[in-house]
Structure formats: C-alpha cells, structure tokens
Write a protein that binds this ligand. Structure first.
Ligand code: PLP
Length: 432
C-alpha cells in the first residue's frame, strides 16, 4: 500500500489502482490518463454519510463539493451514496441536472451568481442558495418573485477563522471576497435583510474556513461563532434558524508525512459541540451540513504519464519530462502543492533518484513536483502521480492546445471510461 489503500504494487512490480495494473491501463487507454477508484469514492462518501447520520441522529447530511471533480458519473455516484451536492456555477448545475441529481439536495454556492445562473437554478429547483452578498439577496428576491416561488437561503458568513493544513488563525478576517463578515455586524444585518424579503426564506448560516485542514479545532471554533450569531439573530428577531452548514476542508494524505483527521470520529466532536452549545443556550439543535470535496475524491485518483526525456544537469538537478503537466494538474504551478510520484512500471524498486517532474508546456513553471524521490526513470517508463482525484481534472486547461486526458473509473479489477479523451476536433469545436 502506498499512501492510501487504493494503491498497491503487484507481483510484476507494477503499481495497481483499484485492482487494475497501471501498465495495462496505460496500454489500453493511452497517457496522460486520470484513473479513479470507484470503491474509494464510495467509501469516502459513506464515511461522512454514516458518521453524520449517527452523530446527529439523522439530522445531518454531507454534500459533495463537486468543484473538486465534476462530471456526470461522479454526480451519479454521489447521488447513489446519499450525498447532497454543492455547485458553484451554471456549468456545474447543468452537469448535476444531466446526471439526474435530485435538485432538492443541490446547494448553489458562489460569490457572484449571475441572474442567468439563478434563473437556471430556480428552474431546476435547487434546494438551497448560499447567498454571498446583499446584491445577490436582491437578485434572488427578484428572480424568485418573477417565477412566483421562494428561494431557500443560507448566508455565507466569514467567521474569522482561517485554516490551511497545520495552521489556523483566529482573526477578524474580513479581507476575503467570500461572504458577510461576522465581526463587523454585516452578517447580522444580512440576516435581518433576508428575513424581510417575501420570496426568500432564510434557513440558516454557512461558513467554509479553508482547505486541506488537519485539525478539528478550527471547525469547532467556527461552529461556536456561527452559533453565537444564530443566537443573536434569535434574540433580535425571534427566529431560530433551523440549519447550519460548516463547509468542507478536511485534509487528505498527499505525502507520507500528512496526517489527516479521522473524520468519522472527529465529526462526533463537532456534532456534540453544536448540540451542547445549543442546549446551553436553550435553542434547538440545527440540521447540520458538511461539504467535503477533496476528501471524497482526492485520494481515490492518480494520473499516469509516459516519460519522454531525462535531462541531468550536473550539479543542478535532473528533469524528467512527461507527456502532460500543468494542463492536467496546475496545482504545483499554482501553489507548490506536494505530491507523491512513482515510476509505475518499476514500483517495487528503490525510490533513490531525485527528480524535478516537468510537463510539456511552454512555461518554465510547468512542473508537477520538485525534488521528488522516484525510481530511476528512462524514456517510455510510466510515471504515476498519486492522489490527483481532486482539483486536477476540474482545474485542467487546454493551454498550448493540449487535449484533456480521459478519466477511467476502476473497480475490483475492472475499468471503464467515464470521461473520454478530448480530440483535436474538440479543441476546434468553438473556433469560427
Ligand atoms: C471548496 C469548497 C468546499 C470543499 O472544500 P474541500 O477542501 O475540497 O473539502 C466546500 N464548500 C465551499 C463553500 C467551498 O468553496
């Protein structure tokens, strides 16, 4: 097992995923190739679903944040596993709809929803809008009124907790483009405004404090702050908001040193804290939502590349160039995201070669990883970058007119294409 139990090494010394030999997958489907283990995606959904059901007595639901990887098949799987779905654009709404995702379990996020997107969402019948600003509340009111309907809304609040990986800070944190600030009174005023709108029904408060978080403390602090605001709103308006959404951000293991939260256990702490605090305040415990994205699909996926050249610059470093790069995985170029790489056809060998993994784009910053320890590669070898299930396909581009790779879903040794590889015709489709 490497990093997660999706990835193993077989007797041939080849890396496997979901029981499939990666060398055979590359031969059958070509490279670069995204591969996802369906059992892992379903298991991750189940972890949240079951833990939330248990610790809230059925008054909780996990929503899959589809921006991590949005395609029809993953939406279908999330639906089958009893998840809700977060969407942030008309395109994600169209995908959910095409997948037949139950509209009432869809939550529409985003800091600048256009009127056209709001109309699309109302027509589809999404369950909740997570409203970001006063202008949007106005837009929701007008759109819902014109359609003779009511938009059910959560308010996105900046609770003054910001967390990434091992560090979190408690601040006023009003410098963010997302949501209403709690510390300035803006969030409370927004709640009053929402409560005054006839075609808007205020259901609760929402926050999302960061991503790739390894601690439970910032979630607890954010929950406490939202509950404080909820109580204030109750005191001033007599309305006890029935729902609360604590966002996503649970971290996964990209490299050996990463130590993710055991969600199942820790969610109990969050739910208990919420319930206890509500009891102390004499208020009803709200229905609880969480929105994991990365931790649903991230560790279920890997990307396969063919090695093209190995350039050793004496005393400097060795570049290993592959047939993909920042177009299929921009995360290292964007923020030096850490990944584990393996020469998949030599996975049983020692990882004693230090390499900079480079893509094929016309950018010096087109790197997948620096100082990665891998098996010594040569032309024609297969390089696997692990845990690319989240924020890879969904962030991919056609820079340099490079077609996006296919996505193959594997399960118990069987493989099927869930997103086909782009062709040159696809690239030319919109050119006039
Ligand atoms: C990105 C995002 C998520 C998911 O975050 P992960 O780190 O992938 O779990 C959830 N909710 C909101 C509002 C987001 O923007």
């Amino acid at each position: 097992m490497i990093l997660s139990d999706c990835f193993e090494v077989n007797e041939a010394g080849h890396l496997t995923v979901g029981g499939c030999d990666t060398v055979e997958l590359a031969r059958a489907y070509g490279t670069p190739l995204y591969v996802m283990d369906e059992n892992a995606v379903r298991r991750n959904c189940g972890l949240y679903r079951d833990a939330l059901r248990e610790c809230t007595g059925g008054r909780g639901m996990a929503l899959y944040a589809s921006k991590a990887f949005c395609c029809k098949e993953v939406c279908r799987i999330a639906a089958e596993e009893g998840m809700g779905l977060d969407v942030v654009s008309g395109g994600e709404i169209a995908t959910a709809r095409a997948a037949g995702f139950p509209a009432e379990r869809v939550f529409f996020h985003g800091n600048n929803k256009t009127r056209a997107e709001i109309d699309l969402a109302l027509e589809y019948g999404v369950g909740r809008f997570v409203a970001d600003n006063l202008e949007e509340l106005g837009r929701l009111q007008r759109a819902a009124q014109e359609k003779g309907t009511v938009a059910r809304v959560l308010l996105r609040v900046k609770p003054g907790v910001e967390a990434h990986t091992h560090a979190f800070i408690k601040t006023g944190q009003i410098d963010s483009k997302f949501g209403f600030a709690l510390s300035t009174g803006e969030a409370r005023e927004a709640a009053e405004r929402a409560l005054s709108l006839p075609n808007v029904e205020l259901m609760g408060l929402h926050c999302h404090i960061g991503s790739q978080i390894f601690e439970i403390a910032p979630f607890l602090l954010a929950a406490e702050r939202l509950l404080g605001l909820r109580k204030e709103i109750y005191r001033e308006t007599g309305r006890s908001l029935p729902e609360m959404n604590l966002g996503g951000g649970y971290g996964i293991r990209y490299v050996e040193g990463d130590d993710p939260i055991p969600y199942g256990k820790e969610l109990h702490v969050v739910a208990e804290t919420v319930a206890r605090r509500c009891a102390e305040d004499g208020m009803e415990t709200p229905f609880l939502y969480l929105e994991p994205g990365r931790s649903i699909v991230g560790d279920a996926g890997l990307t396969l590349y063919e090695v093209g050249s190995v350039k050793t610059i004496p005393g400097v470093r060795s570049y290993v160039a592959v047939d993909g790069g920042m177009t299929d995985n921009p995360r290292y170029a964007l923020y030096q995201a850490a990944y584990t790489a393996v020469v998949a056809n030599k996975a049983a060998g020692p990882a004693d070669f230090c390499a900079t993994l480079a893509g094929k784009c016309c950018e010096s910053g087109d790197l997948l990883q620096e100082s990665a320890w891998i098996q010594k590669p040569e032309e024609g070898d297969l390089l696997a970058v692990l845990c690319t299930g989240a924020y890879n396909y969904s962030m991919a581009s056609n820079y340099n007119r490079i077609p996006r790779p296919a996505v193959v879903m594997v399960r118990d040794g069987r493989a099927r294409v869930i997103v086909r590889r782009e062709t040159y015709e696809d690239l030319l489709r919109c050119d006039c």
